[in-house]
Design a protein around this ligand. Structure first.
Ligand SMILES: Cc1cc2nc3c(=O)[nH]c(=O)nc-3n(C[C@H](O)[C@H](O)[C@H](O)COP(=O)(O)OP(=O)(O)OC[C@H]3O[C@@H](n4cnc5c(N)ncnc54)[C@H](O)[C@@H]3O)c2cc1C
Length: 350
């Protein structure tokens, strides 16, 4: 994968500061990712994708996470929407939509203003109108929503929950949100007003489909944390070797060395975990992986700022951005508390 990505990684690196400053998605970056085939990494070849493994997707996301976490989460969220179809959709749905997902930006929408962790409480309703469903309600905190052309949406139906593939259209009122971290990933809220969706564009048993999708996407999301942590360590080492205090380079102080050593060891453990979890996608291991990714990324960013001193706290400093980006690992794709619930449920199962 790494031979495929330098062009995209370099472009993403060049755009990172501006995307963070303006909190706007970058259309050129997204177009380049599609042109390189990197928006269909796990989509089977017969549907126009690269047909690669989740592990390969993690490698791409790790590289992007190092330079531009906002863009990395966009690519990850797009694949989450595609994976939802590929893992749970009928043959007909895959044939209709997966080739489209290799050309059009997608978003995956479950969270609502009144329900995030507790998805059984979502209110967005899909009304059965015979040959179609009609969607009414709200979604919020949706990555890619600023420019996405297709949305995979969780809704409540008469007989439970379903996922719906919805093309951006007139009945959707999209409002840009001002993100705190991973900026430039097009975070929005959406109001659905009588949006008609053909029956064939739905996946029944929606909650199960969301869980299947999260099990594979959590190691991918964790790879962003891995990238953030690696970048923080690189920056901290470089700075510690240059900066002098009390007549010495600060890298000569044991206090600094120990901080670097701990972060390096945590990163090594996380890397092994991300890549082994991406191979199994076991639900409990995926939850463990995301929990550890959040801790590792936050600690690496915290240590990097500590080593940079006051300069690291300035708005626009790479380590300050990393600090805001790292916190998102605790929240996106299920909070750290929910990860612990999943792990505990696995431990206590009879
Ligand atoms: C940058 C960003 C991007 C996102 N992108 C997307 C996206 O593309 N699509 C999408 O659908 N959503 C997205 N989200 C939303 C995200 O998935 C939710 O924020 C998350 O699932 C938590 O839901 P909530 O914010 O409603 O918090 P709540 O569920 O209201 O939780 C609030 C607090 O209560 C805690 N809590 C809740 N239940 C329990 C419990 N049983 N035990 C212990 N503690 C509990 C939580 O851990 C948290 O600390 C994104 C969020 C962010 C920040």
């Amino acid at each position: 994968m790494s031979t495929l990505t330098p062009e995209l990684v370099e472009l993403a690196a060049r755009k990172a500061a501006k995307m963070d400053e303006e909190d706007r998605m970058d259309a050129e970056l997204i177009k380049t990712a599609f042109e390189l085939g990197l928006m269909g990494v796990t989509v089977p070849e017969k549907y126009g994708g690269l047909g690669k493994s989740f592990k390969k997707l993690c490698m791409l996301i790790e590289e992007l996470g190092k330079v531009n976490a906002g863009f990395a989460v966009s690519v990850a969220a797009h694949h989450m929407a595609a994976n939802a179809i590929n893992l749970n959709g009928s043959g007909g749905l895959k044939e209709k939509w997966l080739p489209q997902f290799c050309k059009k930006l997608a978003a995956f929408a479950t969270t609502e203003p009144k329900a995030g962790s507790d998805l059984k409480s979502i209110e967005l309703e899909a009304r059965d109108e015979g040959d179609c469903y009609v969607l009414n309600g709200n979604k919020t905190l949706i990555t890619n929503g600023e420019l996405a052309e297709v949305f995979v949406v969780l809704a409540r139906c008469d007989n439970g929950f379903s996922l719906f593939v919805v093309e951006r259209g007139e009945g959707m009122k999209v409002r840009k949100l001002n993100a705190g971290g991973m900026r430039g990933s097009g975070l929005v809220s959406i109001r659905f007003n009588d949006v008609e969706v053909p029956k064939e564009d739905s996946i029944p048993n929606g909650l199960k489909a969301v869980m299947n999708t999260l099990n594979v996407s959590r190691p991918v999301f964790s790879a962003i944390g891995l990238g953030i942590a690696e970048r923080c360590l690189d920056l901290a080492i470089k700075y510690a070797k240059e900066r002098k205090a009390f007549g010495k380079r600060i890298s000569e102080f044991q206090g600094i060395q120990w901080m670097l050593a701990e972060v390096a060891a945590d990163i090594e453990a996380l890397r092994l975990m991300v890549y082994s979890t991406a191979e199994s996608c076991d639900p409990v291991r995926s939850a463990m992986c995301k929990l550890i990714a959040a801790k590792t990324a936050k600690k690496a960013a915290d240590v990097a700022i500590e080593i940079f001193g006051g300069h690291g706290t300035l708005r626009g400093a790479a380590v300050e951005r990393a600090y805001r980006d790292a916190k998102i690992l605790d929240i996106g794709e299920g909070t750290s508390e929910i990860m612990k619930l999943i792990i505990a449920r696995g431990l206590l199962k009879d």
